[in-house]
Design a protein around this ligand. Sequence first.
Ligand SMILES: *Cc1c(COP(=O)(O)O)cnc(C)c1O
Length: 353
Amino acid sequence: MSRFWSDVVKGLKPYVPGEQPRLANLVKLNTNENPYGPSPRALDAIRAATGESLRLYPDPNAEQLKLAIGKYHGVGAQNVFVGNGSDEVLAHIFLGLLKQAQPILFPDISYSFYPVYCGLYQVAFETIPLADDFSIQVDAYTKPNGGIIFPNPNAPTGCLVSLADIERLLKSNQDSVVVIDEAYVDFGGESAIPLTAKFPNLLVVQTLSKSRSLAGLRVGFAVGHTDLIEALERVKNSFNSYPLDRLAIAGAVAAFEDREYFEKTCEAVIATRERLTGELNALGFEVLPSKANFIFARHPQHDAEESALALRQRSIIVRHFKLPRIEQFLRITVGTDEQCAALVTALREILRA
Ligand SMILES: *Cc1c(COP(=O)(O)O)cnc(C)c1O
């Protein structure tokens, strides 16, 4: 704390991302990165964009990328907003659409960046408890509100809300913005993007960090009615004209064009997730039903924090949240089959000890 800090900064409780240790031979299952590399076509496009042209600013509107995303999702480029990771897109959403007279609503167990943005932008919020089975009950979101936001599948549980439930929520909540954060939707969920044509208050956010294996490139986007997109453009153009650099635009466009690689790697992650779930069940773990590239698991007889520490001693890192209701869970990213086999072997030893 310094006397030079503004009152806003004094009050901030910043988000703490999962660690990125620089250790060799680490089995890194803590930040939901994709175990397979990015599309080779994306890497070629990034290499091709590396050259003399970097002296020039990128297209401030990233039009080529909006067209590629629009084409992939069957919407117009004018319905797409792009940003430096979906975290930046979300930040602009909190300031531009969710800062309202009424508090916004999100689940008590959810992406822990949401309350951080509320602190940064002074957005009032109320949390709605997940059901006992850790699912999101859309019928609990009935209070008058300044907006609703949740990830689907939810983080860190991995549980999916059906499109029918999202449509029911939209029908009963037409006077505030509903934001669906689909960071993990490509691992078995169904996107709500088609519903944006019917509901002008729906905004869907996605990222290239997980299913397209480009966490290091920092590209995220939102899809919705042009009125919502315009609000985000106004914030963006009051903050940073060039959030996406030339390499990010080139790589992201190529990633969307390589549908085959994308589908193949998502299917591989899903197959490994199902196998890992079965193996952890066999060790006595309860695993929540996941449609994401991670699982959320607890063991009735073994303390989660201790298990996480014991895994770390074996150079395997998973995520543990010291938070009410979920302190006995481990969030484990689905890695390669070899990484998951190493995890299961280590857990078997730890449980036996
Ligand atoms: C990973 C994640 C994001 C952020 O992704 P970036 O595009 O890398 O900033 C947003 N929401 C949820 C729920 C996530 O898990």
